[in-house]
Design a protein around this ligand. Structure first.
Ligand code: FMN
Length: 377
């Protein structure tokens, strides 16, 4: 697998140590002049490129190469848990204009989810504790994969589990199914075999589940980082070394709300995940940090509501962004952002959005802080 990974990253140049630079991050995107004709779509492993889309007509190259043959038509995706399985939005949104769809978290067996209430608003965001309600992997494949296979937009299945075995079994059942373009591992889940410690907060556990899934599938593998750690960088590096093709950052921040009467916490599960504009500075900080210590692409998530957010995340080193909570207010936002990003490039005279990536990163990577979080009051 190591050899395979080396072969995959060969185009990024030799990197015995992880010493990524802006140049490397940019080169993780397919150069405009050398974009390969065959791309992975939902219909199968490699087919010829279809008719030019609206963005190509606009002559701005928005394509993103996430590795292992997964080339997104543009860098605007929808985040897991906020766009269902895509099918629900078919009437409102032209899903084929999106860069990618990360579907709702999928587990081995069906899950009914957490007790209610499951959602509450907060200043600048929302708290949710849905509890991964989903029909289970077999039903997801049976109900949705057929429709996905007819779409141009790559569908990435978000996978959750309670043990390494769970993750591996889910991924095995997704492997080779037409309509599934990639896997996003939600590792912000308790590892039941290790006293409920979340995979995402421990570098060894995060690397262990990534490596096991990597062995189980050749599908493009994205792994989603949790912000609920003191220093995400060693975890990100461990996941990259374990064979992930890309990182997505961030999942929600752990929080609680207090119920009416102040007698108990409001959410049925006590804890919820904070999302929305309130978490954008945290997501930006994590993308900024992680982009400097791995040489695989980083996809940003957290509080995107407008083009300025997209541009900020690109400047911090992300090659793409996912839109989450903002979809509840406006499901048409992600497609509009695709057009607005192309427009912003045209305005700046850029033939590709690549020049926008990593502009705010330090010119030379700084030594990691022994304290972890780079906050100095
Ligand atoms: C209602 C809801 C459900 C979510 N479900 C999942 C999930 O199943 N798997 C996952 O990895 N992330 C899930 N997330 C996290 C989002 O994908 C995203 O990482 C987070 O909300 C931050 O982005 P945002 O601020 O744009 O919403 C969920 C978020 C919300 C709001």
């Amino acid at each position: 697998m190591k050899a395979k990974r080396r072969a995959m990253t060969a185009g990024l140049g030799p990197s015995p140590r992880r010493t990524p630079t802006v140049r490397k991050l940019r080169s993780a995107i397919v150069p405009a002049t050398s974009r390969p004709a065959p791309i992975r779509t939902n219909a199968g492993p490699a087919v010829a490129r279809a008719e030019p889309g609206p963005n190509e007509r606009a002559a701005v190259d928005l394509a993103v190469d996430l590795g292992r043959g997964l080339v997104l038509p543009n860098p605007i995706l929808v985040a897991s848990g906020t766009f269902g399985y895509g099918i629900e939005y078919g009437e409102v949104v032209d899903v084929d204009r999106l860069g990618g769809i990360c579907c709702k978290g999928t587990t081995l067996r069906p899950r009914v989810g957490n007790p209610t209430p499951r959602v509450t608003e907060t200043p600048g965001g929302m708290l949710n504790s849905i509890g991964l309600q989903n029909p289970g992997v077999d039903a997801v494949v049976e109900k949705y994969a057929g429709t996905w296979a007819g779409w141009k937009v790559p569908v990435i299945v978000n996978v959750a589990g309670e043990s390494v075995g769970d993750y591996v079994e889910v991924v095995k059942r997704l492997d080779g199914v037409p309509g599934i373009a990639g896997i996003e591992l939600n590792i912000s889940c308790p590892n039941v075999g290790r006293g409920g410690l979340q995979f995402a907060i421990d570098a060894d556990a995060a690397a262990g589940v990534t490596a096991a899934v990597r062995r189980a599938t050749d599908l493009p593998l994205l792994v989603k980082l949790s912000p609920n750690v003191a220093d995400v960088r060693p975890i990100a590096r461990a996941i990259a070394d374990a064979g992930a093709d890309a990182l997505t950052a961030i999942n929600t921040l752990s929080g609680i709300a207090i119920g009416p009467g102040r007698e108990r916490p409001l959410l049925g599960n006590v804890y919820g995940g904070l999302s929305g504009p309130a978490i954008k500075p945290v997501a930006l900080r994590i993308v900024y940090e992680v982009s400097q210590v791995v040489d695989i692409p980083v996809i940003a998530i957290g509080g995107v509501t407008e083009l300025a957010d997209v541009l900020d995340f690109l400047a911090a080193g992300a090659v793409a962004v996912q839109v989450g909570t903002a979809i509840f207010a406006d499901p048409t936002l992600p497609v509009r952002l695709v057009d607005e990003l192309a427009g912003a490039c045209r305005q700046r005279g850029l033939p590709s959005y690549r020049a926008l990536i990593g502009t705010a990163l330090p010119k030379r990577a700084s030594a990691p802080s022994s304290k972890g979080v780079e906050y100095r009051p």
